[in-house]
Design a protein around this ligand. Sequence first.
Ligand code: EPU
Length: 342
Amino acid sequence: MNIREDVSLATHSTMRLGGKARYLAEAGSDTELQEIVNWAKERQLKFIIIGQGSNIVWRDEGFDGLVIVNNIPGKEIVAEDETSATVILGGGENWDEAVAWAVSKDLSGIEFLSLIPGTVGAAPVQNIGAYGAELADTLKEVGVYDTQNDCFESILNESCKFSYRSSRFKSSDKGRYMITHVVLRLNKSRPAPPFYDALQAYLDEHGVTDFTPANIREAVIAIRSSKLPDWRTVANNGSFFTNPIISQSRFDELKSQHPDIKGWPAGKGKVKIAAGWLVENAGFKGVHDEDTGMATWEKQALVLVNEHARSTADLLAFRQKIIFKVDELFGVVLEQEPELLP
Ligand code: EPU
């Protein structure tokens, strides 16, 4: 157990902003995680577990407790039948490397989620999704360490309260469970159409008719790389706002005023609208804001980029400018997607 003191949190967020953590430790196994948590409990310190910080905005005041970085490894096929394979992935594994591994075994189900930044352990928290798929579609159970009862257990998919970009780990049980591994059920059959529009368009354009997991992965990587900035070179947290879900009647009203607004059915009487469209049409696509050093990506307005912001306060000020303008013009209040911590 190696506990470091006074560690910059900016290096633990792909937005590269925020204060310091009083303590930080890396957990490489279940037992080490338990030891670290107990160390914090003995000292009555608050604790938080993180992955690679791809979906975290740290406040400038930092965290007066212990940040635990999940480094628990593992990629293994544990059961197989004619049609499917059950795999266990360690919470500290890089998500995209895990996808590449599954695809290399010709297993299908998570290839649509290629190139999503972050770790396996963070994936269920916000039920990561892209190109018409979400983690909940293949997830069987989540292995957790229950910090309240100091024990390890498994939580079945049905009990995870998954919804669009959410789960019990982000809502009712926030902070209680630490995800040590996930169990996925992947298919030996191929991914089948209908595919998400942008994906189908790419497949048509490139004459891809052989829908193998590897071909789908390649297409998703090409689309994502062309639209989204690489966090290694451009500081960002991916989509900064969730796509708002509004009533059908409110959507019809907006559509009559703005015929090209984008929306998709989201259950009975509800419509999910494209936050990217709202941000772009509020005049914020490819904007470089001098006051705050923040920007929106020129190819996808939903992605906020830290160009030379001095602090999280700058980021939040820029966020407010966007929320205010979108609300003023369209009467929709955008909600932040990355988690603001602590
Ligand atoms: N749009 C605009 N202007 C923009 C961006 C988008 O008008 O600047 C409109 C377009 O009309 C487009 C529609 O919005 O048809 C949807 O855009 P896109 O297909 O790029 O998807 P998104 O809804 O903006 C979501 C996820 C992404 C995920 C993509 C692809 C959320 C908040 N975001 O974005 O996830 O990669 O779909 O499936 O649900 C992330 O969570 O970090 C993320 C990148």
